[in-house]
Ligand binder design. Sequence first.
Ligand SMILES: Cc1ncc(COP(=O)(O)O)c(C=O)c1O
Length: 386
Amino acid sequence: MSIPLSAPDITESDIEAVVDVLRTPRLSIGPRVVEFEQSMAEAAGVPYGIAVSSGTAALHLCLCALGIGEGDEVILPSFTFIAAGNAVLYQRAKPVFVDIERTTLNLDPGRLEEKITARTRAIIVVHTFGHPADLDPILDVARKHGLAVIEDACEAIGAQYRGRSVGGIGDLGVFGFYPNKPITTGEGGMVVTRHSHLAETIRALRNQGRRASDGWLEHSLLGYNYRLSEINCALGIAQMKRLGAILEAREAVAVRYAKEFQKIPEVTVPPLKIAGGRVCWFVFVIRLAARFTHADRDSICDQLTAQGIGCGRYFAPLHLQPLFAEYANSRDGLSLTEQVADRTLALPFFNSLTDEQITQVCRCLRGAIRDVSQRGVRACPAQSHS
Ligand SMILES: Cc1ncc(COP(=O)(O)O)c(C=O)c1O
């Protein structure tokens, strides 16, 4: 039995919602976009939502709307997905990487101020793997230096920080709906904000630079086609109606995994509970003990893959990517990022993952750990590949 890394949760009513749109003449710029935007804004506790074609597009438009451009610096963690770094480069701004903290693997607020210069304009805070970042001290630093805060909540829909929904706490928040996410629209993204002027600008930028008062062939701004179709939004609306149940199902999977890992001392699991907050279980990323190397982790990952078990090396730090080589000077103080990135492994994680599958993943993982510890290669005990 092969077990994928992730799997979308699509019900018959999701399918009906999509098919219903196909029976109408309105496939883009229609009522479903508006409804999906409203449901996301409401979930984030802010007045405005702007649906876009991806989480990456959402990040890009946030930086555009803030007027960030050449010569500006944007602070972000290196331990994240490439999208945030790319969005900074799209604007010809400079990414400045900051280290993470050990528990949640999010940007370390205590390391933030040392990265601020006269050119710093914004901070991108990522709620990594759905664990809320410690936003209050980050917001304090941002206010002190007059910086904008963008929350990259692409992995964290429904997560809570001190009783508030992530995405709606900073100046701008961003969600993503790729199929590995808890809520999917196939492809898609969303910006949420409480600032009307930013919402208006982002709305214009995603639609070829047309302001609300512009006609179809009038373009006030240099914009993009980052629109999300009615078809995608219909799926998003239907999925959002099940957000609570989806988050609960994923939390139950995380709890089951954590129980299994009590028997595997070489592995640290992510914290199940956050004081005053809630995790959105996007993925289940374990950390191998310090004695394991990058090569050990890769060997474990390769063995799991060979046994039909999906796994991911989350994340390869941005500052070590060839694309970001010229920003290598910001490598200073990224030692925890590098240590963690060498030893993290994402395991299969989706709503319908069964107890039996979890047991199988953990059995294979134990075998692979034993194997690298002995520096040999061995098959998973309970796995047949017919
Ligand atoms: C933290 C984070 N930010 C941004 C993105 C980009 O989202 P998309 O793939 O929809 O462009 C992702 C996607 O996986 C992500 O995990």
